[in-house]
Design a protein around this ligand. Structure first.
Ligand SMILES: NC(=O)c1ccc[n+]([C@@H]2O[C@H](COP(=O)([O-])OP(=O)(O)OC[C@H]3O[C@@H](n4cnc5c(N)ncnc54)[C@H](OP(=O)(O)O)[C@@H]3O)[C@@H](O)[C@H]2O)c1
Length: 310
């Protein structure tokens, strides 16, 4: 079994390679998703030692939680799995609005429990900040739910560093989930040091920068889903990023792995990053990403990768 990493100070331990499931039933994010294929990749994860699954109300909406919940239930391994989900969004007159109020968070947790077909959620995140609720009050509401046994640890995501500090006033935050990958490294300035100092696990989302860092994209590719909005996947910037990815190939070849494994292994050398949740669209990608656990990077390689993308 892979060495397990603790999520913050939660007492929950997971395989450092988890699974992001926004492409499992995330019909509002990706076109043409096949739900059976999505369920299969969750099954593959569970069958191969991945015990950390990341979903959210808004993936679908609702559908990712439902599908992940179905597969976890059918696996009969609920107690071996660390199930993470997120909430904050609601729809008012068809428009998405953020709500971090204690009442709404409580209602969201109850609804997620129902969709996930479970009695507890291992890690519950406030997915996005609202503008009204003081963040320590929002987290206090989650702390109450934790004391009631409905959730087991607390996370926040997409908060500013000030909001994270406010949320963590009483030291209750275990995980911060934020945008971070070799191409988008702003979190190194403040989030990573703050998380390290406060024993919060920083979980990078978009670790593969939505796919390009997996090393399989070519310059003639175009996108018709959420990737169409990302500047790093368009025009000159896309070409420059592909050239940087190419510079990782010799390291990958010398270790008998692919670029994707080198990239994922590099994150695990960062202070405060203990766990990854690469997304996947097919079971083979889930299996492939597990090879990351066999990659050991030397200090020189870590520094070289740092320089290539700096
Ligand atoms: N908190 C937040 O606001 C937030 C925001 C975004 C994401 N997330 C979470 O973070 C997770 C990860 O983000 P993400 O899935 O959007 O992006 P990502 O991990 O950067 O990229 C995932 C994509 O890379 C490709 N890929 C993965 N493994 C591969 C492999 N071994 N070989 C080749 N290609 C591979 C797949 O796309 P292709 O096959 O199409 O190339 C896959 O969908 C999500 O699933 C979600 O749970 C959270």
């Amino acid at each position: 079994m892979a060495k397990q990493a603790e999520l913050g100070k939660s007492g929950l331990y997971v395989n450092p390679v988890g699974l992001g499931t926004n492409a499992v039933g995330g019909h509002n994010l990706y076109n043409h998703l096949d739900e059976e294929q999505g369920k299969d990749l969750v099954r593959t994860a569970i069958d191969n030692g991945i015990n950390f699954l990341d979903t959210a109300f808004i993936y679908g909406p609702k559908r990712s939680e439902e599908l992940v919940g179905e597969v976890v239930k059918e696996s009969g391994k609920r107690d071996e799995i660390v199930l993470a989900t997120k909430g904050a969004q609601k729809f008012v007159d068809g428009k998405e609005v953020m709500d971090n109020s204690p009442e709404f968070l409580r209602q969201s947790v109850e609804e997620s429990l129902h969709r996930l077909q479970t009695e507890y959620i291992d890690l519950y995140y406030i997915h996005f900040p609202d503008e009204e609720t003081p963040k320590d009050k929002a987290v206090a509401a989650l702390q109450e739910l934790k004391e009631e046994g409905k959730i087991r640890s607390i996370g926040v995501s997409n908060f500013s560093i000030e909001q994270l500090k406010e949320a963590n006033k009483d030291g209750h935050v275990d995980v911060y989930q934020g945008n971070y990958n070799l191409i988008q490294r702003e979190a190194e300035e403040d989030f990573l040091p703050y998380c390290k100092e406060n024993n919060i696990s920083f979980i990078p989302f978009f670790p593969l920068a939505a796919g390009i860092l997996a090393g399989k994209y070519t310059s003639d590719m175009t996108f018709d889903d959420l990737r169409a909005d990302f500047p790093h996947l368009q025009g000159e910037e896309f070409k420059n990023n592909l050239a940087k990815v190419d510079k990782l190939r010799p390291i990958a070849e010398s270790k008998g792995v692919d670029v994707v494994h080198v990239v994922l292994a590099w994150y695990l050398t960062r202070d405060a990053i203990d766990v990854l949740i690469p997304g996947a669209k097919r079971s083979e990608q889930v299996l492939d990403n597990l090879k990351t656990l066999d990659v050991a990077l030397t200090d020189d390689e870590v520094a070289h990768i740092d320089r290539v993308f700096r």
